[in-house]
Design a protein around this ligand. Structure first.
Ligand code: BDR
Ligand code: CA
Length: 315
């Protein structure tokens, strides 16, 4: 199995992704790091401890950044993930699982150093912790197997952002960190809205999980009611998009996705803050400042039904 470290802001789809990557035998979870995003870091950290305990995960959970690198934090999207970050499902949160004493960036550094060349970082929240790890120990870039980011929107087939017409939430939440992560010399794959909007979890899937998925299935059904209501109202879809689990699915089976190669940047300030842009390697642009950045991978298409089969079969 592939060793993975999960950097997350739980978050309803984060919780589902955590359960998915834990249940799938192809992934070996090494640790969980929390970040601001869907809720404040106190809340996402409490949620991560609660989930780890509930799912029986014997891995360190470390608290991460409470705010972006270079701008004030914004109000959490309680209308998407609920006041408690897990869908206001009436969960009684009293995790006893101890918190790892290290800050998230240090757990990332230590995990990568312990297994050189073997650890894949799956990041499904704002990228602050990964950027801090790079700043603290730049050499880890050469030791990481791969970085898989759920974030961004590249405008493939006219798909826009979900925070502004050009910006997706995780990148908008800390664009300075995202730009550092995308331009560092490590292999990054970006799984953005261009593809996650093509992976639909329908109400019928939730009903099936609830019926056949035991305690896990029932739990996913319960925490997702708020999220599904939000998506049904705002996007008029039957169910919800599968964001964070799509990043885990990429690690399990990259053949589900179509990849475009080229350097990636995030717009840090101004009107287009949080926009993600790739300069495709196969396009002949005049020389630019981009030429020095490593070529990364952006997912531009996905076999949504096959990804959903992988997800559902895992439970
Ligand atoms: C991303 O933002 C959060 O709401 C989700 O957890 C996901 O990581 C989608 O834009
Ligand atoms: Ca998330």
């Amino acid at each position: 199995p592939t060793r993975v470290l999960f950097d997350t802001d739980p978050g309803i789809d984060d919780a589902m992704a955590l359960l998915f990557l834990h249940r799938h035998p192809g992934l070996d979870l090494q640790g969980i790091t929390t970040v601001h995003g869907n809720a404040r870091t106190d809340t996402t950290t409490r949620n991560a401890r609660y989930l780890a305990e509930r799912f029986g995960l014997e891995v360190p959970v470390a608290r991460g950044a409470a705010e972006p690198l270079a701008m004030p934090k914004s109000a959490p999207p309680t209308f998407v993930h609920g006041d408690d970050g897990l869908g206001n499902a009436g969960l009684s949160f009293e995790p006893t699982l101890p918190l790892d004493p290290r800050p998230a960036y240090q757990l990332i550094i230590d995990t990568v150093r312990r297994h050189p060349g073997e650890v894949t970082l799956i990041a499904v929240g704002p990228l602050t912790n990964l950027a801090l790890a790079l700043k603290e120990a730049p050499a880890i870039a050469g030791l990481v197997k791969e970085v898989v980011v759920m974030g961004g929107a590249f405008g493939v087939d006219g798909q826009g952002g979900n925070i502004t017409p050009v910006a997706e939430a995780n990148i908008h939440g800390d664009p300075h960190a995202a730009d550092l992560v995308f331009t560092a010399d490590w292999p990054v794959t970006v799984v953005g809205l261009d593809v996650t909007h093509r992976v639909l979890m329908r109400n019928a899937d939730f009903a099936r999980l609830r019926e056949l998925g035991g305690e896990d299935g029932d739990f996913m059904w319960r925490i997702s009611r708020h999220y599904v209501d939000f998506y049904s109202e705002r996007e008029a879809i039957d169910g919800c998009y599968v964001h964070d689990s799509s990043a885990a699915a990429y690690v399990l089976d990259p053949s589900l996705f179509t990849i475009r190669r080229g350097p990636v940047r995030a717009v840090r300030d101004g009107l287009a803050r949080g926009q993600t842009i790739q300069r495709p390697d196969d396009r002949d642009y005049p020389p630019t400042a981009w030429d020095d950045y490593p070529s990364q991978r952006v997912c531009v298409d996905v076999d949504g039904p096959r990804l959903m089969t992988l997800f559902m079969d895992t439970f």
